[in-house]
Design a protein around this ligand. Structure first.
Ligand SMILES: CC(C)(COP(=O)(O)OP(=O)(O)OC[C@H]1O[C@@H](n2cnc3c(N)ncnc32)[C@H](O)[C@@H]1OP(=O)(O)O)[C@@H](O)C(=O)NCCC(=O)NCCS
Length: 150
């Protein structure tokens, strides 16, 4: 992910979340040394589109997922699974042992994705999301040395 990607990313973000991240939040992540900010780009008829992005931190021996979204037109094609596998594999390469994330309790699509990737719910933060008053589920998974999502 680069600064030049942000206009497209902000449009995906706005279409994906009730309270989208601002440009400043993305710029902060791009400036953070231990943040990994990655995009998947897809070329269609000579035009390159940002199809998905993921942001995670490598902290101590833990990977923390901060943001993940797939552009609507490219959903249900395995891109989120691929990005989650990439996060696991980068974590494994640099010696991380576990990975964690927070997800809105009503975001069933994302919860299903994370369960498929081996995450389990280990805790709950009541009314963590002040825009909707939703609880956050705190999910954890071990880093796998080899992953195969089929
Ligand atoms: C959640 C999201 C990232 C999934 O992206 P995706 O590329 O469509 O996901 P994949 O194609 O890799 O699907 C992987 C798994 O996710 C789950 N999933 C994805 N979309 C789903 C849907 N519409 N309904 C139910 N489960 C869904 C399924 O378990 C799926 O596995 P399956 O295809 O074997 O059933 C995407 O819907 C999105 O960007 N949502 C808005 C942003 C968001 O909620 N991000 C997560 C914040 S915590």
């Amino acid at each position: 992910m680069t600064k030049e990607d942000l206009p497209e990313i902000l449009a995906i973000e706005a279409a994906s979340f009730p309270t989208p991240w601002t440009e400043g939040m993305f710029l902060d992540e791009l400036r953070t040394a231990h943040a990994q900010c990655l995009v998947i780009k897809i070329e269609i008829d000579g035009k390159i589109w940002i199809a998905a992005y993921i942001i995670f931190w490598l902290v101590a021996d833990e990977v923390h997922l901060h943001n993940l979204a797939v552009k609507n037109e490219f959903r249900r094609q395995g891109l989120a699974c691929s990005m989650m596998k990439l996060m696991n594999d980068i974590g494994a390469q640099v010696g991380m042992t576990r990975q964690t994330l927070e997800v809105r309790e009503l975001n069933h699509q994302a919860i299903s994705l994370y369960r498929k990737c081996g995450f389990v719910v280990k805790g709950k933060r009541p009314r963590y999301y002040t825009d909707t008053n939703e609880d956050a589920l705190v999910m954890w998974a071990e880093i796998q040395q080899e992953r195969n999502h089929g």
